[in-house]
Design a binder for this molecule. Structure first.
Ligand SMILES: [Zn+2]
Ligand SMILES: [Zn+2]
Length: 825
């Protein structure tokens, strides 16, 4: 055997072998329990994979292999979220059709994934821009339509002037486009929506049923934004219809001293008096140019204008002025608020700024604030509230006031959600056509399922426009069609779908990827879903991860599946930063590719380092020395295997054996099997690798200095177990070693090693603890426990602590494995 570890020879050999034997093909069904391990649907960008992406793919690959060795039938597929803006923008810049660049990028990703030895079942590869996939994306749209969950509506929408398309609420971050970072503005367009708001409560409730990072669940809960409160009607003098507001604190109604409408509220124009019209129009104009985040900031000074009109507070008939201000948003509640400056921070700021009255109606438990220096939002007792004075607030006061106004038909309890319906129309070319036609006679008609797919035409002219019309609108051949209902002339919908629609259901496709009769096969779905483990970046907390949950619940309601959550367990990997601690980016030129690392150290060293680099969720900077260390670890393992293989059959001289050291090796081996097993189950890959490194150091030491401690056959067993433990991390080397040790088959078919609980048990000794030579406690500590640890435990022992209290320790006597004595005075 060649003692030199040459990863390139080994890796090429095994990648070829895996491919030839189709070893990663997953059977559709099996007697084995199933495990569906899925990576986030990647968008194949022109930059290819970086070592940062591998932080996602290597751990899931290791888990898949580990589960396979533990007797599971593992589904570990890969596909491409291939529609979307970047391909289209690149196409426009370079004049290459997005289909061409997408195919090229997919080929690069696939090559790189093979290069690092990922065990995907490529026979199940899916690509969202292929008609055999998007036909079913269109089918999902029809399902939504049929169930009243897809509708067309007009309204002011976020418009990205650079991407030249409408964006969903979730896709505007800090007032900027999530994709390109441009400032967004509002535009009025007729658009398609999915009624995700209908599922708000269930999307919130079911978070409790899934094993996801708390951080992500909290972000979803905040995004859904449930609040309990009441709708209260304020009469408008001279007008029949009242002005309705949503408030979470109806108990503070007596403190409502003015009202505020969102500047874009429909009533503003009607209510504004002539003398205020000019100021109001100017203010509305300025507000339109601001983002929601800017508008909601508590940092900036409050702005607003009085519109000249008044509303009547239903509890005391007070006439209160109506203002408009940008801190009230149209999208939340009714777009109007009753302002209670004494008990709301933003109202307080506003009232202070404009000299509006501030009336205290909730006194803090320690007594009325009297002259208010700031808003008090806490619990307390009602004051200045007529018959309600003295009631605890909010609880009983809330109920009393809603009940009283309720009798007069002026208030009712409601629940409000912040989440908005999902706007899915995009005025761009590279996406799934929305399967709707508009007929002069019949109006909007869905394309019948048997006529799907509505093919995306092959256009050469796919530039977006500033007027909000999709490039498809220029393709007359595409647009002109016959109405499916009456056969008369009709025009196709020309907007395409948000690409997040494609990724909302792809996990349903992998179990039956070639089914041309349905989006997913019922039997395959029943066996494989939901996904057992789902891994990807935390940045998708409120887009993809919310939409996919929504789709699943719709399928559940439609009777297609009997579960409502698509991903049982979710984990988010940390980011890999460049060696200088900065984010890797093409523009900074600090991107590290797997190709360059594999060329230097091989795929297995890269894989082990990806697992070892840091705790899985943590961001961490890349270190070339770290990869070198992992390469050395594998290299020394290879050397050891070579020597162990050569030593097979050689006898051991009588008396040479060092039984104690042999037992110690076996003990560490069993402890390591236990540790690595538990770490693989709990996503602690870094400590699994370090346990293997420690084991290897001990094995190498005994091998070098006391080889006779174990028989040659025992050494072979030790190395065999280590090979199995290493196999999910460094599969190429493991296969080579497996073969060298003379085992048959592939290491993936071998069983994960079991540990012997007796051997793995910690060896403990009893240490007596004395204070001034008198026995006070006995401690059980591990044999290898360090002095400081034992002393700390001794000091904390109950009886000892009592005798040390108030005393000064002048001396600590420590006899390892036997005794601790504190000398005190
Ligand atoms: Zn943009
Ligand atoms: Zn028609």
């Amino acid at each position: 055997m060649d003692r030199r570890y040459d990863p390139h020879v080994i890796e090429e050999k095994w990648q070829r072998s895996w491919k030839e034997s189709d070893v990663y093909r997953t059977p559709d069904t099996s007697d084995r329990p199933k495990f569906y391990c899925l990576d986030f649907f990647p968008y194949p960008s022109g930059d290819g994979l970086s070592v940062g992406h591998c932080r996602n793919y290597v751990p899931t690959d290791a888990v898949s292999r580990y589960k396979c060795m533990n007797g599971f039938n593992v589904l570990h597929p890969m596909g491409w979220d291939a529609f979307g803006l970047p391909a289209e923008n690149y196409a426009i810049k370079m004049g290459v059709h997005p289909r061409v660049t997408t195919e090229r990028n997919i080929a690069t990703y696939h090559r790189q994934m093979d290069l690092i030895g990922l065990s995907y079942d490529w026979s199940r590869e899916i690509t969202s821009c292929n008609p055999d996939y998007y036909r079913w994306t269109q089918w999902f749209f029809l399902l939504m339509y049929e169930r009243g969950l897809a509708y067309r509506g007009t309204g002011q929408q976020w418009w990205c002037p650079s991407c030249k398309t409408i964006l969903a609420n979730e896709q505007v971050e800090q007032g900027k486009c999530w994709r390109c970072g441009s400032d967004v503005s509002k535009k009025d367009l007729e658009q398609w929506y999915f009624r995700i708001t209908e599922y708000a409560q269930r999307l919130l409730d079911d978070l409790a049923t899934i094993d996801w990072p708390e951080k992500i669940k909290l972000m979803q809960a905040n995004w859904i934004g449930r609040s309990e409160g009441a709708e209260v009607d304020f009469a408008l003098p001279g007008r029949d219809e009242p002005l309705t507001v949503f408030t979470t604190r109806p108990d503070t109604l007596y403190g409502a001293t003015y009202m505020v409408l969102a500047p874009e509220h429909a009533l503003v124009d009607e209510l504004t008096t002539a003398e205020h019209r000019e100021a109001v129009a100017a203010y509305q104009d300025a507000a339109r140019r601001q983002s929601e985040i800017e508008r909601l900031s508590t940092e900036k000074d409050k702005t607003g204008v009085f519109i000249g009109a008044y509303a009547v507070n239903p509890v005391n008939d007070a006439r209160i002025p109506i203002w408009i201000s940008d801190y009230v948003l149209m999208g939340y509640g009714t777009g109007a608020i009753m302002a209670v400056p004494a008990h709301d921070e933003r109202d307080f700021q506003f009232a202070t700024q404009f000299g509006l009255p501030i009336v205290e109606v909730i006194a803090p438990p320690e007594g009325a604030q009297g002259t208010l220096a700031e808003a008090y939002a806490g619990d307390g007792v009602m004051v200045n509230s007529g018959a309600l004075d003295g009631l605890p607030a909010p609880g009983p006061a809330f109920d009393a006031i809603v009940a009283k106004l309720g009798e007069e038909g002026l208030a009712r309890k409601t629940v409000n959600f912040k989440v908005r319906d999902w706007l899915l129309s995009r005025q761009r070319y590279w996406g799934v056509p929305i399967p709707i036609v508009y007929c002069e006679k019949c109006g909007a008609v869905p394309v019948p399922p048997e006529q799907l797919p509505v093919l995306l035409p092959d256009l050469d002219d796919y530039e977006p426009t500033d007027d909000g019309r999709s490039p498809l609108a220029r393709a007359e051949d595409f647009v002109r069609t016959a109405c499916p209902r009456c056969g008369g002339p009709a025009r196709r919908e020309t907007d395409t779908m948000d690409t997040f629609v494609c990724s909302s259901w792809y996990h349903f496709r992998f179990p039956s990827p070639h089914d041309d009769t349905a989006a997913f096969d019922p039997a395959a779905t029943k066996y494989w879903l939901p996904v057992d483990l789902y891994v990807g970046g935390a940045e998708h907390a409120v887009m993809h991860l919310l939409y996919a949950r929504f789709f699943c619940k719709v399928l559940e309601d439609a009777g297609f599946v009997d579960f409502g959550e698509p991903y049982a367990t979710l984990r988010n990997q940390g980011m890999i930063l460049a060696a200088d601690g900065l984010k890797m980016s093409k523009s900074k030129g600090n991107v590290i590719t797997p190709d360059s690392v594999v060329e230097k150290y091989g795929a297995d060293a890269l894989r082990v380092y990806e697992l070892f680099i840091a705790p899985f969720e943590q961001n961490v900077a890349w270190s070339d020395r770290g990869v070198q260390g992992c390469f050395r670890f594998l290299s020394r393992f290879w050397n050891l295997v070579c020597e162990v293989v050569e030593a097979q059959g050689s006898g051991v001289a009588e008396g040479e054996a060092d039984a104690g050291k042999g037992r110690q090796v076996l003990r560490t081996l069993n402890k390591t099997i236990r540790k690595v097993t538990r770490d693989m189950e709990s996503f602690h890959f870094n400590t699994a690798v370090s346990a293997l490194m420690e084991l290897q150091n001990e094995v190498l030491d005994v091998w070098a200095n006391a080889r006779g401690a174990l028989m040659p056959a025992q050494w072979r067993e030790v190395v065999t177990d280590v090979t199995l433990l290493v196999a999910p991390m460094a599969p190429h080397l493991a296969e080579e070693v497996w073969e060298a040790l003379g085992h048959g088959g592939t290491v993936l078919d071998a069983s994960w090693p079991a540990w012997d609980e007796d051997l793995a048990a910690d060896q403990v000794v009893t240490v007596v603890v004395q204070v001034n030579g008198k026995l006070r406690d006995r401690l059980e500590v591990p044999v290898e426990a360090q002095k400081d640890d034992v002393l700390a435990q001794a000091r904390a022992a109950a009886n000892t602590a009592r005798f040390l209290e108030g005393k000064q320790v002048v001396k600590e006597i420590f006899v390892p494995g036997k005794l601790v004595n504190f000398v005190v005075k």
